[in-house]
Design a protein around this ligand. Structure first.
Ligand code: SAM
Length: 413
């Protein structure tokens, strides 16, 4: 296969952020810019049909679908927090009910805490080492909020839980501007005394306003179904797949599980601490992944670190299986768009974009093109065409690849 990458400046969206068109309801790591998908859908003339995102995270692909006029979309993610955020953004709820539930919550909470005894009577969830991360006062207040949120109609609870999840993180002893969990310095812990209810109700107002003005008007009658499990194959079902898969295993790249741990624990997810093990590349393998072009790169890493080579093998093995399932599930003539970054391990840059194109080609697709875009707003000198010699890098980091393939009309699957 002759693989080509096209540098396409149009897709840099210099200076733009996710929030430029769809403000966030909740932080999430490694979100995809919806602008990328919106532009690609225009270029590929995609306006209808069923869309799939097998790793939907906080749901930017659904924003793309809505902007492009799609009426049916399906998303999957193993991380319950991701599903909570996506569902809250893209489920149509009754705004009047939300308004009165907000009022109810405020009244109930402030009434309840008038009596100090009440505060002491509410039990926080049973979380390992919880006192290391939260003060007693914060725990009590979070528990009160959770207690009353649970009494709200399940159909509208998502927005309330999203605001709670951000409050949990902001009122914990974690250093808040990092995705991984690190505790504040001891002197900062002593001075840390957040106003939990103040933080929560401010967030709730922000979340419900953003939902009402930016998401709600766009959803209309579209069907958007989001599930928290791995994507199950469904033969010849989807017209288009738009996704940004993880760049590598969670533990050594973006720690989705760790980022989401407190929220998932407060949501009652028993396996909250194991999530990174369930995500792509999270399980241990005993052999080097030895198929196709990526194998040479992994062997190169193996010379320096056999352990890292096995971790990387686990990721590509999972990605390969998942691509087989996705490939099967796309209709003939359907398209896939994968937005991906190529990570560098032990100074070897792994061509994940090319791996994806190669695997789709092995599963009845033709590679249409791969665009290269720059991340962030800085422009920098580029080496353009990849040499594909093992160990020799393409230009480093700060780039993303948009891989587009089409399922062959005569494909066997
Ligand atoms: C790059 S993020 C997606 C971000 C998303 N496009 C957004 O804008 O928020 C990758 C997602 O893949 C999820 N993930 C990893 N392994 C998975 C698997 N095996 N099945 C489903 N989701 C998985 C992670 O939880 C994470 O949310």
């Amino acid at each position: 296969m002759k693989y080509q990458i096209i540098r396409n400046e149009k897709y840099d969206f210099a200076g733009q952020s996710y929030a430029s068109i769809y403000p966030n309801l909740h932080k999430y790591p490694a979100t995809m810019l919806p602008q990328i998908g919106i532009e690609l859908f225009k270029e590929l003339n995609l306006k209808q049909g069923k869309m799939l995102d097998p790793y939907c995270g906080s749901g930017s692909s659904f924003a793309v679908g809505l902007e492009s006029g799609l009426q049916e979309m399906y998303g999957y993610d193993i991380n319950p927090l991701a599903v909570l955020i996506s569902k809250a953004k893209f489920t149509k709820v009754d705004l009047e009910k939300v308004k009165s539930a907000k009022q109810y919550l405020r009244n109930e909470v402030f009434d309840f805490i008038k009596d100090e005894e009440n505060l002491r009577s509410v039990k926080p969830p049973d979380i390992y080492n919880i006192d290391f991360w939260f003060s007693k006062q914060v725990l009590q207040r979070l528990a009160v909020l959770k207690n009353f949120i649970e009494k709200i109609d399940h159909n509208i609870q998502g927005l309330f839980l999203v605001a709670l999840s951000e409050t949990i993180r902001d009122c914990s002893y974690t250093r808040n501007n990092e995705f991984k969990l690190y505790r504040m310095k001891s002197e900062d812990v002593l001075n840390f005394n957040p106003d939990v209810f103040g933080v929560y109700f401010e967030k709730l107002n922000k979340v419900s306003d953003i939902y009402q003005y930016c998401y709600y008007p766009k959803i209309n009658g579209a069907k958007i179904e989001i599930n928290y499990n791995a994507f199950p194959a469904k033969e010849n079902y989807f017209d288009v797949v738009l996704t940004s898969p993880p760049y590598g295993d969670s533990k050594t790249t973006v720690a989705y599980g760790q980022f989401s741990m407190f929220s998932n624990e407060w949501l009652g997810i028993g396996y909250a601490r194991q999530i990174d093990n369930y995500l792509m590349g999270g399980k241990k393998v005993k052999e080097i992944y030895n198929e196709g072009l990526i194998a040479d790169y992994i062997w190169e890493i193996e010379k320096i670190s056999p352990k890292r080579a096995l971790e990387i093998s686990s990721f590509y093995e999972d990605l390969n299986y998942s691509i087989e399932d996705v490939a099967k599930s796309v209709k003939k003539g359907g398209k896939i768009i994968y937005v991906v970054g190529n990570r560098r391990v032990k100074d070897v840059q792994l061509p994940t974009d090319q791996f994806i194109a190669e695997k789709f080609e092995a599963n009845g697709f033709s590679h249409l093109f791969t665009y290269e875009r720059l991340l962030g707003s800085k422009s920098m000198p580029l080496k353009n065409s990849p040499s594909n010699k093992v160990g020799e890098s393409r230009a480093t980091m700060n780039k993303e690849y948009l891989v587009v393939c089409e399922k062959n009309k005569q494909s066997k699957n």
